[in-house]
Design a protein around this ligand. Structure first.
Ligand code: HEC
Ligand code: HEC
Ligand code: HEC
Ligand code: HEC
Length: 451
């Protein structure tokens, strides 16, 4: 039951180098010529006319009246000449259908599917007869939901999708799993975004919304949109309370995005239609139809788009607890961290019917790294480096931390968009370990990694 893999650190590092180079180049263009990226052309894009929708910056340029919504961090993706057919091949390679519906590919079989196996456990369709089932059902509750990608291009902007795939951040506070940081280059991410939005993204410039902001705020509170949605920074009175919610309301709360991000990611031309009839745009969505009139929807849209937002609370860097003075054994680390969280993706292929999980035999487009964290021996045997050699996961990285610890520490930053060059955060796409777990791993390593 493992999750099987991304580009090697080496490939990723060179990607990163290229990326910062491109950022620098773009910066220079902007400063020197004062031109928007939409107008700037590199030799490649001159040779092949772009099939892509007009870029956000071109849209902003073409029209002098509408308020300009900032799309930070997208310039790199706007500049890429993307290919939908290559994007489709990448969606297959990176196995998006192991988690998402609506990828254009059949859902992966249950033994590979991260969410349907959990769903089956929760509903008692998997693991019947096992004494462990009730315990499993509690554990998997948080890991049953993932947003559908069906018709996503009708509502979400292509360049936002590309940016997000390249550097995923946390969109939904109550959804514990995040989009994993896959090994995608800027071009890969752009190609996939192009494929996902190919036939759906409007080619006309995104139209601005217009309604009454103050009435929109009132409606937002009266209709209790905050039962499911955070709208962080907006100062609205209610916010979701998962613990107090009825069981049938919980999936909606988990899957509702923080509306702070909507003005960055949503097509403003689709917002009113979405608010009036969400299911018409995404069948099976958990967003209810509130029976809004056109005027109500316009006022709500105005509020969502225009209300002033307080700056986000800066992410608190993970608290590092001092090393433990008591003895820490592998058994304890295994019980509280490795077998609980890591073994799911890093297990021994021989004992798992050949599939050692994405972090061992490969998966999600990652090459096999041969890392087995399910036993003492496996953990000591280490991983396969990009050059194909075996190496210890306790070797120091650039930050001076052993790789295993560096990967664990890198995970918290990723959720807020801060990546550690050359180190992929672990556990992949899942909540960071808590400070006590980090302390345990760190102390065990410092004490000489006793069995
Ligand atoms: C291991 C499971 C997993 C895999 C594999 C995965 N995703 Fe995701 N993806 C998620 C989760 C979970 C979220 C929701 C994250 C959040 O809300 O913070 C998400 C969110 C997204 C979103 C944003 C959707 C929205 O409505 O907010 C897009 C787009 C996306 N994924 C595309 C992809 C593509 C394309 C691939 C393959 C290249 C892929 N994902 C592979 C789990 C996965
Ligand atoms: C064949 C079924 C199956 C598949 C496929 C599966 N899981 Fe699980 N998962 C389980 C079971 C069973 C548990 C509960 C384990 C326990 O409680 O000891 C679980 C628990 C988890 C947990 C909770 C760990 C914890 O204790 O907090 C996470 C996270 C998780 N799975 C992630 C994934 C991801 C990511 C994938 C896809 C790559 C995946 N799972 C695929 C069966 C599966
Ligand atoms: C029962 C829970 C629930 C309620 C109540 C609810 N929503 Fe939603 N909403 C969702 C979910 C779930 C999604 C994600 C839909 C999807 O991906 O299919 C969503 C998506 C949205 C989006 C798109 C956000 C984005 O960035 O993609 C907007 C805008 C939105 N809702 C506004 C509202 C407004 C305004 C109200 C009140 C009139 C409201 N919602 C009430 C659950 C809810
Ligand atoms: C959802 C699956 C998943 C989970 C859970 C997971 N990993 Fe990984 N891990 C991977 C994948 C895939 C790779 C390969 C990444 C790459 O090649 O860039 C990897 C790579 C690593 C590496 C680097 C190995 C290398 O060759 O560069 C370390 C160290 C690591 N994981 C540690 C952990 C630890 C510790 C945990 C638990 C706290 C954990 N992983 C949980 C999927 C996972």
């Amino acid at each position: 039951m493992s999750l099987r893999s991304a580009p090697t650190p080496l490939a990723w590092q060179s990607d990163f180098g290229q990326l910062s180079k491109t950022i620098r180049q773009i910066g220079i263009y902007l400063v020197l010529f004062g031109v928007s990226l939409g107008c700037q052309s590199d030799p490649k894009s001159e040779a092949v006319p772009s099939k892509a929708a007009p870029s956000a910056s071109a849209q902003a340029n073409g029209n002098s009246t509408p308020p300009v919504i900032e799309h930070p961090g997208e310039a790199l993706f706007v500049a890429v000449q993307s290919s939908a057919s290559r994007g489709k091949a990448l969606v297959k390679k990176h196995e998006c259908s192991r988690c998402h519906e609506g990828t254009g590919f059949q859902a992966a079989p249950r033994e590979l599917h991260c969410f349907s196996c959990h769903e089956d456990i929760a509903r008692g369709r998997f693991g019947q007869g096992s004494r462990k089932l009730p315990g499993w059902q509690e554990t998997v509750e948080h890991y049953r939901y993932v947003p559908s990608l069906a018709h996503i291009g009708k509502r979400i902007r292509r360049h936002w999708i590309a940016k997000y795939l390249h550097s995923p951040t946390d969109l939904r506070r109550h959804l514990l799993s995040n989009m994993p940081r896959l090994g995608l280059s800027v071009t890969d991410a752009s190609d996939i975004a192009h494929y996902l939005t190919e036939t759906q993204q409007p080619s006309a410039p995104d139209s601005p919304v217009s309604g009454s902001l103050s009435r929109g705020r009132q409606l937002f509170e009266n209709k209790q949109c905050g039962r499911c949605h955070d709208f962080s920074g907006s100062g609205v009175a209610i916010s979701p309370d998962l613990a107090a919610a009825k069981a049938e309301d919980q999936p909606g709360i988990r899957l509702a995005p923080d509306l702070r991000l909507t003005r960055e990611r949503f097509l403003s031309s689709a917002l009113i239609d979405w608010l009036r009839d969400p299911a018409a745009m995404s069948s099976g969505t958990r967003m209810p139809n509130h029976g809004l009139s056109g005027a109500d929807a316009a006022d709500l849209a105005e509020f969502l788009w225009q209300t002033e937002l307080k700056a986000p609370v800066p992410p608190v860097p993970p608290k590092r607890l001092p090393a433990l003075t008591r003895d820490v054994s592998f058994d304890e680390v295994n019980e509280k961290v490795l077998s609980r969280t890591c073994g799911h993706c890093h297990t021994d292929p021989l004992s798992a019917g050949g599939d050692g999980g994405p972090g061992n035999t490969g998966g999600f487009g990652f090459k096999p790294r041969g890392l087995d964290l399910s036993s003492y021996r496996g953990t000591m045997t280490g991983h396969i480096t990009p050059s194909g050699d075996r190496a210890s996961v306790f070797q120091k990285t650039e930050s001076g931390e052993p790789l295993l610890l560096a990967a664990i520490l890198a995970r918290s930053g990723e959720q807020h968009g801060t990546e550690t060059p050359g180190v992929r955060g672990m556990p992949l796409g899942l909540p960071p370990l808590n400070p006590e777990q980090v302390q345990l791993v760190e102390s065990w390593i410092a004490q000489g990694r006793r069995r």
